[in-house]
Design a protein around this ligand. Structure first.
Ligand code: GLU
Length: 416
């Protein structure tokens, strides 16, 4: 459908088509699940600090709600488009189903470069966005969370705006909040921690000892930085990390804690804590584990052939194109697909939502153990499925997720 037509949406649908065909999905369901259930486009007038009013465009897309409220982050980035948000919402549906969470998929976004706004402008933009999507969200309907360009503070403003409208505090309307208003221990690092847990399982499966493993991470935001830190904690050597400015490389290993504590306005490649390299060079480094943890479509038909990692652990959503997938399979690279590798974020979001609904909060150890249980068993289920059905790890993950959603649709039946 042309409203959604962007490269990222085409990628999500092409993956879905491939999985649907391989599993013989009911054709009516195939048609329905290619498209989101509901999409909202909003215009957001915001008073800027200089007195002007600037109008931003925002979106909230709910792909499916057959298994429960829809769930997914809100992205603030200049390239956000309806089609991209729709693709990310579809991936959330499969991700939640694969992990066995009682959620459908959603995603939101605003077309904005958040770093170009003052804190006041960012707060006014966020509150207006939350007010405009108010009819769609709620703890039983659709539960937003952080994604690229958003954080706990932004979630706090969304929670407050929603709560002001209904007249009482509703912590369960968003996840990824600060602890003071019903956030969960371990939510901030959860995606990175999940990436590490599945990567450790993959290393074990391939007989690669973690102590001798080398790791390169593209993207040093929330996901990339925590992945690198926790990988190092488990004994791996992190030899390269990057951000939009480019990256740094040190074959002896980088000091990740020091990099995380630096002045965050300083681009990584100016830190002098390693040799400067480009993002493209980072992807082509010889290493045990490569973690793309930035944006989508980074590994393509053009560069896949030059990857020299043993394991590709997808921290980002949609980092690999289908053409690249074929090349990686020929090269024997073990891919832990995004909807599995980065599901730690939404798994701990689920814990946060459950804690908010019950008004009963868990210890950090409870969170870590339950996260490890859920994501490790999803990894092994996917690996088994991939071996039994002789399909890639990506297809195995997609087919398992899609199958859960298909069963829910078929058992609920078509309304009216
Ligand atoms: N934005 C994250 C993702 O892409 C987390 C979503 C959530 O916690 O709801 O999975």
């Amino acid at each position: 459908m042309q409203e959604f037509d962007t490269p990222t949406f085409r990628l999500a649908v092409a993956q879905f088509d491939q999985a649907a065909e391989a599993m013989g999905l009911d054709t009516n369901l195939h048609e329905r699940l290619k498209l989101p259930q509901r999409s909202l486009v909003v215009s957001l007038p915001v008073r800027m600090d200089d007195g002007r009013v600037e109008v931003f465009t925002g979106y909230r897309v709910q792909h499916d709600s057959s298994r429960g409220p829809s769930k997914g982050g809100v992205r603030y980035h200049p390239d956000v488009r309806l089609g991209e948000v729709a693709a990310l919402a579809m991936w959330m549906t499969w991700k939640c189903a694969l992990a066995g969470l009682p959620y459908g998929g959603a995603k939101g976004g605003v077309q904005v470069a958040p770093k170009s706004l003052s804190s006041g402008e960012l707060q006014r933009l966020t509150r207006r966005y939350a007010a405009e999507i108010f009819p769609l969200i709620g703890p039983d309907k659709d539960v937003p969370a952080p994604d690229v360009g958003t954080d706990a503070q932004i979630m706090a403003w969304m929670m407050d705006t929603y709560s002001q409208q209904v007249g009482y505090a509703v912590p369960g309307v968003v996840t990824g909040k600060p602890l003071s208003i019903g956030g969960s221990l371990g939510r901030e690092e959860a995606t990175g921690r999940g990436v590490v847990y599945v990567t450790l399982e993959a290393c074990r499966h391939l007989n690669l000892p973690i102590e001798t493993a080398t790791v390169a991470v593209q993207g040093f935001g929330n996901v990339g930085a925590h992945t690198a830190r926790i990988m190092q904690h488990h004994g791996a050597r992190v030899i390269a990390v990057s951000d939009v400015s480019g990256g740094i490389y040190n074959p002896k290993g980088l000091n990740i804690e020091q990099l995380m504590q630096r002045d965050l306005n300083q681009p990584l490649n100016q830190t002098k804590l390693g040799d400067a390299i480009t993002n493209e060079e980072l992807l082509q480094l010889e290493c045990t584990v490569l973690v793309p943890a930035a944006l989508s479509e980074q590994i393509t038909g053009k560069n896949a052939d030059r990857l020299k990692c043993r394991i590709l652990s997808e921290g980002a959503n949609g980092p690999t194109t289908l053409e690249a997938d074929r090349i990686l399979a020929d090269k024997g690279i073990f891919v832990i697909p995004d909807i599995l590798a980065n599901s730690g974020g939404v798994i701990v979001s689920y814990f946060e939502w459950v804690q908010d609904l019950q008004r009963f909060f868990w210890s950090a150890a409870d969170i870590q153990n339950r996260l490890q249980d859920i994501i490790t068993s999803a990894f092994h289920r996917t690996l088994r499925f991939s071996n039994e059905r002789r399909v890639s790890m990506r297809m195995a993950a997609l087919m398992s997720g899609i199958d859960q959603v298909a069963q829910a649709h078929l058992q609920r039946g078509l309304y009216p």
